[in-house]
Design a protein around this ligand. Structure first.
Ligand code: ATP
Ligand code: MG
Length: 579
């Protein structure tokens, strides 16, 4: 491929609206262009890298025994109604109307479509295990599309769905996908690691996200440095807070005291009251799927909304408005408490750390007053004790007791054991070996292909540009004749090397532009080709060409060895990425 025939609009400056390095580089290196927030056109170099990633994914899916299909992006809403997600996923569903006013859904994911297929095509245990996959465009009405391809409204996902006759079978299918994902990210040159993930409404213990550590990620992961514990913060637990919860009772009964103007934990902790946060009970009012609930936590803890929703099996949860708090409890946030005045219809949930907590201070459900000497188990009608808090760095790992660390990460993939949630609702049943009819046991597995592409850039770049791993580089080799005059000696050697590499199965791009060497070098570093082959008149005269790995020092090699040295370099770097 000749540079002049391709379309590589590199930019000197990064566009103002690009915030993170990978987003800037996607634009500066001419890989994509924005149409509108969350909608991007792939230009030739971006598309080539994308195709490389898709190729790796397909090879590993096929190796794991999955089979490729392609499902429609446009879907009838009735299957979404059948699964119950027409309501629960309404925030992300794009809906469109056709010319006769009928509504359709643009698929954000494909559990419904594949289960519909399985319901009609799988009828016997003999047809399983079966895993289908596709590489396809998804649509999600993200409220805040950002960071380029990271969170887009339209993006490419590889999604896979497994069908098994038994739970054990489903676990084996899950493990195959988990292993395939490990290989896929390694082959893409990405350092990604699996973490335990929230299983939300579906429950169960088998869900892992594959995370790429990055300060710009949108997830927090809690992990043990040496014990292997790693979990999304939405799911992470620990052996408990660093400070113990006070457990010495200080009074026979709760006692009201005035706290005019005090509405925050910090204000109550400050003089004149001086009640340390660990001794306060924080009372939050939430509305979960339109049901009011009271959530009690220690004053120094924060509520984990994902845990709250998972424990309640709710699909939506939001803090109650101050007016709702007043009407249910008679006080506004800042003076709320659960000792008295909580209507029977309001469920009280308390975090496990408050069990046996004594001598606590909490709001009196009367603006401007708090209660002290509160023994939580004695004085509060707790309906359920649950793990609802967000773990903090430094707390002891449940595996080894070592202090947990927390870091930011980008979610690039997700594997999930679904069980029979969809197959029951959509009637995907089969005749088991014992003659019984049962729902298929399912799993679903997703990789954000476009997000993975950007995650590679986020992990592999420096001040000069992208530095592609050879497996996903748009071209592995960039041949740069310094004077590309037609018929001149540098261009003809460049052309010869290009063709010889092609014959050996290596795609190279030949920078045939009539540009100064400085411009060519800068562009090839910005776009990030792993190996540049420089051919100048001086080096030609010395019988040499220059090999410049993107991340390494330049080597001069004799012209007659150039092809072999390039091939050896590429093979070595390809092999390093193959687990
Ligand atoms: P997130 O929590 O980031 O919104 P998700 O958990 O909703 O993602 P899944 O439904 O698990 O996403 O989708 C599988 C994969 O698709 C994700 O792991 C991610 O890599 C990718 N993905 C999800 N949403 C987007 C998006 N808006 N833009 C680009 N990729 C996405
Ligand atoms: Mg996910």
């Amino acid at each position: 491929m000749r540079w002049s025939q391709s379309f590589i609009p590199t930019l000197k400056e990064s566009p103002a609206d690009a915030e993170i390095a990978s987003h800037k580089l996607l634009l500066r290196a001419g890989l994509v262009r924005k149409l509108s927030g969350g909608l991007y056109t792939f230009l030739p170099m971006g598309l080539r890298a994308l195709r490389k990633i898709e190729g790796i994914i397909r090879e590993e899916m096929d190796r794991a025994g999955a089979t490729e299909v392609l499902m429609p992006a446009l879907q009838p809403p009735d299957i979404w109604q059948q699964s119950g997600r027409y309501e629960s996923a309404r925030d992300v569903l794009f809906k469109v109307k056709d010319s006769v006013g009928r509504e359709w859904v643009l698929g954000p994911t494909h559990e419904e479509v594949i289960t519909h297929l399985a319901a009609s095509e799988i009828s016997s245990y003999r047809q399983m295990p079966r895993t289908f996959y596709q590489v396809q465009t998804k649509f999600r009405d993200e409220i805040r599309p950002r960071f380029g391809l990271m969170r887009a409204k339209e993006f490419i996902m590889k999604d896979a769905y497994s069908f098994d006759a038994s739970d054990a079978g489903a676990m084996a299918s899950y493990q195959k996908m988990y292993d395939a994902y490990t290989r896929i990210f390694a082959r893409c040159g990405l350092k990604a690691f699996p973490v335990e993930a929230d299983t939300g409404v579906i429950g169960g213990s088998h869900s892992h996200e594959f995370m790429v550590p990055a300060a710009t990620g949108e997830n927090d992961v809690a992990y043990g440095e040496s014990d292997g514990y790693a979990a999304n913060i939405e799911k992470a637990t620990s052996a408990g807070p660093v400070l113990p919860t006070p457990s010495a009772s200080t009074g026979p009964a709760p006692e009201k005291f005035p706290t005019p103007g005090v509405v925050t934990i910090d204000e109550l902790a400050a003089p004149p009251h001086g009640v340390e946060p660990a001794r306060q009970v924080k009372t939050l009012v939430y509305v979960a799927d339109s049901q009011p609930v009271l959530v009690l936590l220690r004053g120094d803890d924060t509520l984990n909304e994902a845990k709250l929703m998972a424990r309640l099996g709710a699909t939506h949860a939001r803090p109650a408005t101050p007016d709702e708090c007043s009407s249910w409890l008679g006080a506004r946030p800042g003076s709320l408490g659960a000792v008295s005045g909580v209507p029977a219809k309001v469920v009280i949930l308390a975090d496990e750390t408050l069990r046996r907590a004594m001598g606590m201070v909490t709001g009196a459900n009367e603006d401007g007053f708090h209660l002290r000497h509160v023994d939580v188990e004695r004085d509060i009608r707790v309906s359920r004790w649950l793990d609802l808090r967000t773990v903090k760095a430094g707390e002891a790992s449940i595996r080894s007791g070592e202090p947990l660390r927390i870091r930011r990460a980008i979610e690039v993939g997700h594997v999930f054991k679904l069980g029979t949630k969809y197959s029951e609702k959509m009637n995907a049943t089969f005749l088991a070996e014992d003659g019984q009819r049962r729902p298929c046991v399912m799993g679903c597995y997703g990789i954000g292909v476009t997000r993975t592409l950007q995650a590679v850039i986020e992990q592999c770049h420096d001040d000069n540009g992208i530095s592609w791993p050879v497996s996903v580089a748009p071209f592995v080799v960039c041949i740069t004749p310094l004077n590309a005059a037609p018929g001149g000696p540098t261009l003809s050697l460049a052309e010869r090397l290009h063709d010889e590499l092609a014959a050996a199965g290596i795609e190279a791009i030949l920078d045939d532009r009539d540009e100064r060497p400085g411009v060519k070098f800068k562009d090839s570093e910005l776009v990030g080709f792993p190996l540049r082959v420089g051919i100048g008149e001086k080096s030609l005269a010395a019988g040499e060409v220059e090999l410049k790995p993107r991340n390494g020092p330049m080597l001069k090699v004799p012209i007659d060895q150039a092809l072999d040295r390039i091939l050896a370099w590429v093979r070595e770097h390809e092999a390093a990425l193959n687990p």
